[in-house]
Design a protein around this ligand. Structure first.
Ligand SMILES: Nc1ncnc2c1ncn2[C@@H]1O[C@H](COP(=O)(O)OP(=O)(O)O)[C@@H](O)[C@H]1O
Ligand SMILES: [Mg+2]
Length: 507
């Protein structure tokens, strides 16, 4: 054969811009040890750096060395049992390498090929004789996918904030980077932190990250979930009791606050704390002392306090369910955990991260998501946030039989059939935005319709018409002085903080 144009050999580096592929001859193989050299598979003349390999192990070594975009498996006329076995082993050992079958037309019709593809062992196939243009196109496509993967997962390092104990807050979107910055800053300050955010957004993980970076990190991290516990139980859980404090108190119990001494106390779902207990907690926050139930003396406890809530505590205050004084005590430093649907590329990043993690844990290797599956993941609104993403990926890893996660493996339950769990269509989204902007414009312009309309760059008539459309009733208008108008106008960042400016120029 004419091998002149095919660059071969594992020692020769690929030329610039030339893509590498591994090649294994499977035709006529009866066992793995049968070494066959590559003769003419018709790759001559293609601008490829071809690395022939004989064994699965060689494939592994060549993969490290040459970073190929794909592995070509030359099956020829018939896909034998032995060839199928080698393919399965290759695919198990090197789950990230996309394998492309080179088959004669007969074999292309075979059930064997169908099952190799169905099981996800083979990424695609190419019918012989080689059609240079089509193969180049296929390899180009695979190369694109590989590059994309590298971008998402730079050699397995996911952007994250780690606590050194294998727990990672993964993310790189602007909102989560703000959270990372706040965690770092707040960790150094001994003041209560309030973490807000929907369920499953990582509030507890953030609390732990603060603890791990704080001066209390040698002490314990004690958490208590205040949701759904009756007053008596939560009281004794938090403050403990002495023996005989009440019927049934057979021995002394150390409460969680006391147990958190020298460490961090994490009060989860603080909004659910019964009012009487709120009073006792406030006293602890003010005096740093507690009394066990039935005790005569008080004990001093030094610990860092972090609280979390998924409800709006200001609303709870208005409704008389939460003490305002406790709120101000707790709400010294605040972190808002953004919902997953507002975290852009983080959704893909987290999905890939958990796919890798869970499939390794469960020893059910998966290569990745098909494009359509990723699109489906991105379109979903994730009402249960990261927690829901994790359980979805866990389910999918178990249920998907092949090595790729396909769109049909993902069945999102539309919670309550509200239709709000997938991204709305453009018209709905536009209307929502219009309404939101109008309300904003009215708010910052003190309900002055003329100014609100100006603010949005529309006529007063249009503004009125849209108010009717969205049933917007402005609150009592005020004359509106220049001040409220200035507030609403976008301010350029560099002029927003004159103090910051002078600091910058002074340094
Ligand atoms: N950014 C993140 N990176 C990795 N895992 C996360 C992230 N955010 C949340 N998780 C995981 O999601 C699950 C829910 O997080 P959790 O902190 O319990 O949420 P919340 O307290 O807000 O309900 C946990 O298993 C947590 O480890
Ligand atoms: Mg929680």
């Amino acid at each position: 054969m004419n091998r002149a144009n095919v660059r071969q050999g594992s020692d020769r580096p690929p030329a610039c811009n030339q893509i590498s592929v591994l090649l294994m001859q499977l035709e006529g193989r009866t066992s793995e040890t049968l070494s066959a050299s590559v003769d003419d598979v018709g790759l001559a003349g293609l601008p490829l750096h071809v690395v022939p390999c004989d064994t699965v192990e060689e494939f592994g070594r060549a993969m490290e060395r040459h970073r190929p975009v794909a592995g070509l498996l030359y099956f020829g006329r018939q896909i034998t049992e032995a060839a199928m076995e080698i393919t399965a082993r290759l695919s198990e050992t090197l789950p990230r390498l996309r394998l492309i079958a080179l088959v004669e037309p007969d074999a292309a019709q075979s059930e064997a090929l169908g099952s190799l593809i169905n099981d996800g062992f083979i990424f695609d196939f190419h019918t012989l004789p080689i059609d240079r243009e089509r193969l180049a196109f296929l390899l180009g496509h695979v190369g694109g996918l590989v590059a994309l993967e590298k971008r998402v997962d730079r050699s397995n390092v996911f952007p994250h904030l780690t606590d050194g104990k294998g727990m990672h807050l993964v993310g790189s979107s602007p909102p989560i980077r703000e959270v990372f910055a706040a965690i770092r800053k707040f960790a150094a300050v001994d003041a209560p932190v309030l973490i807000t955010g929907e369920t499953g957004t990582g509030k507890e993980l953030a609390a732990q990250a603060i603890h791990d970076r704080s001066s209390f990190n040698n002490g314990p991290f004690i958490s208590i979930n205040c949701a759904g516990l009756p007053t008596g139980i939560i009281e004794s859980e938090l403050f403990g009791y002495e023996r005989g404090a009440f019927t049934g108190a057979l021995k002394q119990k150390i409460g969680r606050i006391e147990a958190a001494g020298g460490g961090t106390l994490f009060l989860d779902e603080i909004g659910d704390l019964p009012l009487t207990v709120q009073g006792h907690l406030l006293r602890f926050l003010q005096h740093k002392t507690i009394e066990r139930l039935g005790a005569t003396k008080s004990i001093r406890v030094d610990c860092r306090v972090i609280a979390a809530t998924n409800v709006n505590l200001e609303d709870s205050i208005s409704a008389g369910r939460f003490r305002e004084d406790l709120f101000y005590r707790l709400n010294v430093l605040t972190i808002h955990m953004p919902p997953l649907r507002e975290r852009g590329d983080d959704i893909e990043l987290l999905a890939t991260y958990f796919l890798r993690k869970i499939s390794t844990e469960l020893k059910m290797p998966k290569v990745g998501f098909h494009d359509a599956a990723l699109r489906k993941i991105q379109r979903y609104r994730w009402p249960g946030n990261v927690r829901e993403l994790i359980s979805t990926i866990r389910r999918v890893v178990v249920m998907a039989d092949g090595r790729w996660i396909k769109a049909q493996h993902l069945d999102f339950r539309d919670a309550g059939g509200s239709g709000r769990t997938m991204i709305p269509d453009l018209a709905t989204a536009r209307q929502e935005l219009e309404e939101k902007l109008m309300r904003e414009a009215l708010r910052v312009n003190a309900s002055n319709i003329k100014r609100a309309a100006e603010e949005l760059g529309i006529s007063r008539v249009t503004f009125y018409r849209m108010m009717e459309k969205y049933s917007i009733v402005p609150s009592a208008p005020s004359g509106g002085d220049g001040r409220s108008r200035r507030m609403g106008r976008p301010v350029r960042r560099d002029s927003a903080d004159p103090a910051g400016q002078s600091t910058a120029s002074a340094s």
